[in-house]
Design a protein around this ligand. Structure first.
Ligand code: NCC
Length: 276
């Protein structure tokens, strides 16, 4: 197998990975009593397009990064799970346009998903690790966490807030793209929210800056910038094929190594900027 160049990888990503979210008219959801709670249109026809976008990983190396102003200068900012901005504005900024959450966050009691103000502004996008090759009906009947019951509850409480659910096809396409460009078999678990959010923003924005996904000189065992918890697996991966994701992003990066080292910043062209 030939090792693809950065531009080739970007074109392959564009050709093989299409952002997809559940809509009210999609079987088997369309015949459920709560189908009308799902958005009528997919994410990309409702949100954006944006010129410049920032994807803010939750890495501990964002502590004391002082990147807040730079992050907020983007037209749209994507954050993950329960990552806060209150009290961390200097390092991570305060703008949140999209929040990408996994189904564990929606379901576990510690995150107070239904009542916390953390989730109630901006556009929400949720995902649940559906097994590889499972069809939508199998997934619907056996989700990893109760994403659909929580989704219905949340929609009743916040009917005006845009709230999308990722189609499993999207994240398995991302997984396939990672696997196809690695010399060894990788674990058949979905990519991390960080990788999914990066490709999501590449679908909506002309240019995407990803912060502290590829660790800078501030690299630390501190898991999250907002928690006193240390574990190298947060940066290197265990369940998610995180090292492979980072390898692929490094190869697609159009910014300098100095930007990674000093600012923890990767620059990726959005799909709209590619000439494939
Ligand atoms: O930790 P998490 O991700 O919320 O972080 C969001 C994304 O930032 C990138 N990251 C994070 C920490 C770090 N030191 N380096 C990084 O590069 C990753 O790309 C990560 O995806 C997830 O992917 O959804 C994850 O969620 C947590 C957890 O469910 C939520 O934080 C809610 O508590 C997972 N942790 C556990 O299941 C214990 C984590 O594995 C992945």
């Amino acid at each position: 197998r030939r090792v693809l160049s950065g531009p080739e990888l970007l074109c392959q990503l564009y050709q093989k990975v299409a952002l997809s979210t559940l809509t009210a008219d999609l079987p088997p959801f369309s015949s459920l009593p709560w189908a009308s709670q799902l958005p009528p249109k997919p994410l990309a026809s409702d949100v954006g397009p944006f010129k410049s976008c920032a994807v803010v990983s939750s890495a501990g190396s964002l502590r004391d990064a002082g990147l807040g102003k730079e992050i907020d200068s983007h037209d749209a900012v994507l954050r993950f799970n329960s990552a806060p901005t209150d009290g961390y504005e200097k390092d991570v900024g305060s703008k949140t346009t999209i929040r990408l959450i996994n189904s564990q966050v929606m379901a576990s009691d510690d995150h107070h998903f239904l009542s916390s103000s953390l989730y109630s502004s901006g556009v929400l996008v949720a995902w649940d690790p559906a097994p590889y090759s499972a069809n939508l009906t199998q997934w619907l009947n056996r989700t990893d966490y109760p994403i659909f019951s929580q989704y219905q509850r949340y929609r009743r409480l916040h009917p005006q807030q845009p709230f999308f659910i990722l189609h499993p096809r999207f994240f398995w396409q991302v997984w396939r793209q990672i696997q196809d460009n690695m010399p060894e078999p990788i674990q058949k678990n979905p990519p991390s929210s960080g990788m999914l959010g990066t490709v999501l923003m590449m679908s909506l924005c002309d240019v995407v800056h990803v912060y502290e996904f590829l660790p800078s000189r501030r690299n630390t065992a501190l898991c999250h910038y907002y928690q006193q918890f240390h574990d190298d697996a947060c940066t290197l991966g265990a369940y998610h094929p995180l090292l492979y994701e980072k390898n692929l992003v490094k190869r697609m990066n159009q910014g300098s190594d100095d930007d990674i080292f000093n600012r923890g910043r990767v620059t990726l062209p959005g799909y709209s900027s590619l000439n494939c």
